[in-house]
Design a protein around this ligand. Structure first.
Ligand code: NAP
Length: 672
């Protein structure tokens, strides 16, 4: 294969760096690519992001940026074979590559959907409810979130060059911040190829993304307080970078996703012969072999009740012996190579430290020559620590390869303490069919682990697996794992946004946020809003219904018709005796039904269907003889596709004294 010359993408141009260095293939050591970033003006790149990319992204709404992510994800999907052609040089099989390449594109698509579903088609996020700040309703507090006005610097690890880039790019761009991506050198050819596909879509505004394929030079010296560094890699590098004097002086937000000593536990109930025992064995072996164990979430410590440890050892060894180590391009290969020979040497050193620290090798010879000559192959290595409380290394040393250590625990408390002994991890799995054991374990261990899976015979087929971070769930962990969170749906945007408390009137909050908020002025709609397409509706546009009297006959008819003969509607004496009512009252569901009768405009039109109610509150009882009327206000609109969108309506039901009887948000599916 011809050596690829990688290019940086700085200030809208592809630039070859000076003093380029060779990147060897993991398969046979041949040179895959040449790369370097010397000569780039890093200060100017930061300024380009801040002055050009940031303003362009902030002009767009969350929904516009979400559509942009969709285009990027689809473009990567369409051209993914270009990436799969490079993938084996990182040592990865096609299956390993799926997590990186398809997984990366799916993360973009998932964030696109999160943006359109959970964020407004506006520029500001309303964070939490209104806070009343005065006795009268006119002065309120509202937290809002707006994009930071700096540059986000993304530094990624070598093991997932595509996904690692995209799991950071997706929430950053959706938040409205530009980014500068710096992949790990060892696999930067894959990152550069995926980055190039995104640029070639033409959907990214100038300055939204830049790429450094090499060192970051003096970039850190020019960071400012509105910038964010999001780092993935070893604890050692994270420690060095987060203590950079400029990061400290400027209070630069620093997100760290580090290595961790993730654990998997066989529950006390999961004896050999149970489905949970077999599931545990398969998962430990899978985590050792996928990506040749080079996953930040991989199981490094496998714990089992002491009486089952021999059975665990035998079962894992049997599965490891059946693996086919070799060329990741071959279909029958089940264990590819490490990323480089230097990484293999590092894994060998770390195994030696584990042995010195109290573990012994029970399967595999890390020094054995396997695979293709010149390649970075290593035998999967299983260690055993019979006295895990006197083997500190097994809870501290990460051998970033197909390596795990099995160890015994005495009882559930010992299991919790051992799991937490890793001092913070990204992912933990617990194999048990006993809800009591799971409850005790999770309550004792959750504070030390970012994600926990409780796997058993009921969910194994559906499980996404121990090692797979998901865009809708947080990825990160406390302590050793870096103390940060990434992804987790909308949560993943928060590092890239500033939360500000605004104190003012509801009208001002509505104007600032570009969204209707309760208490803000309404505009009477000249036509019924059910007759309007989404593009024709204005936020705050309100339909005022007629008034309807509610009679005792209505209540009795509803009770008998539905079968809801609860005392509060049917028994005057009991209702009076209650601490809440002064007599029989209308059903909440009757009020909702009458409300629909008052506000619905029946003919077919842009409103296609009612899809739900949110935040329903019954505030004042409605007694027989009372009257009710409804105000229906357009609260938010989000377009899902060219055919459909969702409108949220604020519904307020009032009685004859203008007291609020009920409030809720109505969701309808509409024609855009
Ligand atoms: P690493 O050596 O710490 O490198 C991580 C990144 O930092 C690379 O892009 C590297 O670039 C860059 N870097 C190194 N020194 C730097 C400096 N002085 N200034 C700026 N950037 C610098 O880690 P790695 O070997 O790539 O990755 C393996 C480790 O990452 C494992 O320990 C694994 O557990 C961890 N990891 C964690 C997660 C997570 O989500 N928590 C995910 C994946 C991996 P160069 O390659 O150019 O040196």
């Amino acid at each position: 294969m011809k050596t690829i010359q990688l290019l940086n993408y700085a200030r809208g141009e592809w630039i070859e760096g000076e003093n380029a260095r060779d990147i060897p293939s993991a398969i046979d050591g041949s040179i895959v690519a040449r790369t370097g970033s010397d000569g780039l003006d890093f200060k100017a790149m930061l300024n380009h992001a801040r002055d050009v990319g940031g303003p362009a992204l902030r002009e767009m709404t969350f929904h516009e940026r979400a559509w942009m992510l969709k285009s990027l994800g689809l473009a990567i999907m369409e051209r993914k074979e270009e990436l799969y052609a490079l993938n084996p040089h990182s040592g990865a099989t096609r299956g390993d590559g799926w997590i990186d390449i398809d997984g990366g594109a799916l993360t973009l698509l998932s964030y696109s959907s999160t943006g359109r579903k959970h964020l407004p088609d506006a520029h500001v996020i309303l964070d939490g409810p209104q806070e009343a700040l005065a006795k009268e309703p006119g002065f309120i507090g509202q937290h809002i979130m707006t994009p930071k006005q700096g540059a986000a610097v993304h530094i990624n690890a070598f093991n997932f060059p595509v996904w690692g880039m995209l799991e950071k790019v997706a929430p950053t761009l959706l938040a409205g911040m530009p980014c500068i991506v710096k992949p790990a050198t060892a696999t930067s050819y894959l990152c550069e190829a995926a980055f190039r596909i995104m640029i070639e879509t033409g959907v990214l505004p100038e300055g939204a993304v830049q790429l450094i394929v090499g060192g970051v030079g003096d970039l850190f010296d020019h960071l400012q307080g509105q910038d964010v560094v999001s780092f993935t890699g070893s604890a050692w590098t994270a420690g060095k970078l987060k203590n950079h004097p400029t990061v400290l002086k400027e209070s630069v937000t620093f997100v760290a996703e580090q290595d961790s000593l993730n654990a998997s536990l066989l529950g006390p109930d999961a004896a050999p012969g149970t489905p949970e025992f077999d599931l545990f064995i398969s998962e430990v072996v899978r985590e050792m072999t996928v990506k040749a164990g080079q996953k930040c979430t991989a199981i490094r410590r496998a714990m089992a009740p002491a009486e089952h440890l021999d059975a665990v050892e035998d079962a894992i060894k049997k599965m490891l012996a059946a693996l086919t180590i070799g060329d990741p391009r071959e279909k029958e290969t089940t264990l590819g190579a490490l990323v480089s020979c230097s990484q293999r040497d590092d894994v060998r050193e770390k195994i030696a430290e584990l042995v010195e620290g109290g573990a012994r090798i029970v399967h595999g010879d890390p020094a054995a020559t396997v695979g293709i000559e010149g390649g970075a192959f290593i035998e999967p290595t299983l260690l055993r620590a019979d006295d895990p409380w006197n083997a500190d290394a097994v809870h501290d040393v990460e051998a970033f390869g197909p390596v795990a250590t099995i160890m015994p625990y005495k009882d559930i408390d010992d299991a919790i303490a051992l799991a937490n002994r890793g001092m913070g991890s990204l992912a933990l799995s617990f194999f048990s069919h006993d809800p009591q054991a799971a409850a005790t374990f999770v309550r004792g261990a959750a504070a030390f682990h970012g994600r926990m899976l409780v796997i058993n015979r009921d969910n194994a087929k559906l499980s996404t697996g121990h090692g797979s971070p998901l865009p809708v769930l947080i990825h990160g962990g406390p302590g050793r794992a870096g103390g940060s969170e990434e992804m987790g749906g909308v949560r993943g945007l928060h590092h890239y946004m500033q939360r500000t408390a605004i104190q003012s009137t509801p009208d001002m909050i509505a104007a600032i946020s570009g969204q209707y908020v309760p208490g803000a002025s309404k505009a009477k709609s000249e036509v019924h809003p059910f007759r309007l397409k989404m593009s024709e509706m204005k936020l705050g546009q309100t339909f005022y219904s007629d008034t309807r009297k509610v009679t005792i006959e209505d209540i009795e008819h509803f009770a008998n018709f539905t079968g809801d003969t609860f005392y509060a509607h049917m028994d005057e004496e009991a209702a009076k005796a209650s601490p809440i009512f002064e007599g029989r009252v209308a059903h909440g569901y009757l009020i909702l039904s009458f409300a629909a009768g008052l506000f619905v405009d029946p003919d077919p039109g842009p409103v296609l269907a009612n899809t739900g109610l949110e935040d329903l509150k019954f505030l004042t009882p409605l007694y027989p003889g009372d009257a009710m009327r409804v105000e229906l206000t357009v609260k938010s609109k989000s377009i899902k596709s060219e055919e459909t969108g969702v409108v949220k309506w604020q519904v307020e039901v009032f009685n004859q004294n203008d007291e609020q009887v009920a409030t809720y948000t109505l969701l309808t599916e509409n024609t855009p």
